[in-house]
Ligand binder design. Sequence first.
Ligand code: HEM
Length: 119
Amino acid sequence: MNAKELCEGSRANYANFITWVALDRSNLSAGRQLSVNYFIVAVILFFAQLLFGMIAATQFIFPNFLYDWLDFSVNRMVHINAMIVWMLYGFIGCVYWLLEDESGTEIVGLKLGKLAFGY
Ligand code: HEM
C-alpha cells in the first residue's frame, strides 16, 4: 500500500468513525450543531474527572503516588471542578439543543455562542 492509498484509507476510516459516533452534523440545525460542541467538551471533561478521581483514589491507598507532581488536594480539586464544568457544558448543550424547537425561531446570538469554540 502506498502513502496515497494509506491517506485515503484513513480519511475514509475517519469519515466512518464520525458517522458511527453520530458526529455527522450536516443534517442538524445550526443551534444543534453548536450544542454538539458542548456535548463533546462535556464528555471529554467527564473522562478527565474520572481520571483525576482515580488518581486521587490511588493516593488514598499509596500516599506517595505522584506526590511531588500532583498531590491529593490538587487532584481532588480538579476532579470536582471538572465535574462542575462538564455539567454546565451539558446543560448549555441541552439548552442549545432544545431552544429552536421550543421557541419556534432561529437562535439570534448564535455567532456569540460559536465564539466560545473559536469560529
Ligand atoms: C472513577 C470514578 C471516580 C473516582 C475514582 C472518584 C474518586 C473520588 C475521590 C478519591 C474523591 C475525594 C474524596 C475525599 O476527599 O475524601 C472524590 C470526591 C468527589 N467526587 Fe468522585 N470519583 C469518581 C467519580 C465521580 C463522579 C462520576 C462524580 C459525580 C458526577 C463524582 C463526584 C465527586 C464529588 C462531588 C466529590 C467531593 C465530595 C467529597 O469529597 O465528599 N465523582 N471522588
